[in-house]
Design a protein around this ligand. Structure first.
Ligand SMILES: [Zn+2]
Length: 387
């Protein structure tokens, strides 16, 4: 039996020096599939003379996205002449914020942006400027989600609290029968919840979703505090001064945050919480996972819209979610190229490689999963959903 591979999955510590994990859940081994896949991907980078990180395309992309954000923010706050121009600018600002998250901070947080740790940390802290906490995100996303994707009780990304049920192993409440309608609104409110409540609650309690973690100290705590101060200055302070209305600033902040939350949630939910997603659990006898780690990642993850280059650019390759989970330390600009290698290796090992043809096919599948998990006749653990 093996724990999660240190070099690819559990990236806690790459940028932040924290290494706690939610329990010692172990996976089966040997992982022949992963060994072969890594050989093929190594060969791809070697024969093409490419670097996994520090890619010029990524630096150009960073400049484009940050310029998009600065232009949207500047025009919306300082130069908007009428509300009908403010609306598209607010949407543009929301999407630019989401793009910073998908591309710059996500790659940095995984140590996939650069070979230089300080640059990964700098890009990861873009999340603090967006109102979140890169330290908390590292714990929840890198440790819990990437190590234990779709394992109920271990992966906090599938834990929607009592308001939603996406896994057959989660408790069902009667009102979940309407979750395929109301959850979309709650997705939009998630950034507000993180920014105003969750990060501070986690900091005070030292827990994320019931899992203890090492609280930020020293420079990490300073980044947390400075990030929140900078964010609320940008989101509420400056707009209040310019617009001469606190409540108008609050309304703009809430609207931008809602669109951003919807984009973030859908992009992250579709690859893991659809009808084709598996929600395996540890063996009741051994307490361990019955598949190797990489096989687990393939079974629990679905790609989408792989041929849509504009979407791939915007979501930072997160539509190639299988590739991202198998190679989180590879810069996302390479995912489209290594996807055929992953797909062929899956075929050779008899693993099903799943992908939705389009983004909306993935969204529809997520909707149907929500509807099914909310039904009164939805069993505790269905064979199909359990993979
Ligand atoms: Zn990730």
């Amino acid at each position: 039996m093996a724990t999660v591979p240190k070099d690819e999955a559990s990236q806690a510590g790459v940028s932040f020096g924290i290494r706690s994990a939610p329990g010692e859940l172990k996976f089966e081994r040997p992982d022949d599939f992963y060994h072969e896949l890594r050989c093929r991907v190594d060969d791809y980078f070697r024969t093409n003379g490419l670097r996994r990180r520090d890619c010029p395309r990524m630096y150009v992309k960073t400049a484009v996205i940050l310029s998009w954000f600065a232009a949207s923010y500047g025009l919306l706050v300082f130069a908007v002449p009428a509300w009908w121009i403010a609306v598209p600018l607010a949407v543009s600002l929301s999407l630019s914020l989401a793009a910073i998250g998908f591309n710059i901070m996500h790659d940095g947080g995984h140590g996939a942006y650069s070979d230089r740790p300080w640059l990964n940390k700098l890009t990861a802290t873009a999340l603090d400027m967006l109102g979140g906490s890169s330290y908390m995100w590292n714990q929840q996303h890198n440790v819990m989600h990437h190590s234990y994707a779709n394992i109920t009780g271990h992966d906090e990304d599938i834990n929607l609290g009592f308001m939603g049920r996406v896994s057959p192993h989660q408790r069902r409440f009667a009102f979940h029968r309407f979750q395929h309608f109301y959850l979309w609104a709650l997705y939009g409110m998630l950034p507000l919840k993180w920014q105003i409540f969750d990060d501070f609650h986690n900091l005070i309690t030292g827990q994320i979703g019931g899992h203890r973690f090492k609280r930020p100290r020293g420079s990490d705590l300073a980044i947390f505090i400075a990030g929140k101060a900078l964010f609320f200055t940008l989101a509420l302070g400056i707009p209040t001064l310019v617009l001469h209305s606190f409540w108008l600033a609050v309304a703009c902040y809430a609207a931008v945050s809602f669109v951003q939350g919807l984009a973030l949630s859908i992009v992250f939910q579709v690859p893991h919480c659809g009808e084709q997603s598996a929600f395996p659990m540890p063996s009741g006898e051994t307490g361990r996972m019955e598949t190797p780690w990489a096989v687990h990642q393939v079974r629990t993850t679905v790609d989408y819209a792989r041929g849509n280059r504009l979407l791939s650019w915007f979501v930072g390759g997160l539509n190639f979610q299988i590739e991202h989970h198998l190679f989180p330390r590879v810069c996302h600009v390479h995912y489209a190229a290594i996807a055929p290698l992953v797909e062929a290796t899956c075929r050779d090992f008899g693993l099903q490689y799943k992908a939705y043809d389009t983004f909306f096919a993935g969204v529809r599948s997520h909707y149907r999963l929500l509807r099914r998990m909310g039904r009164a006749d939805s069993p505790l653990a269905t064979p199909t959903a359990n993979g």
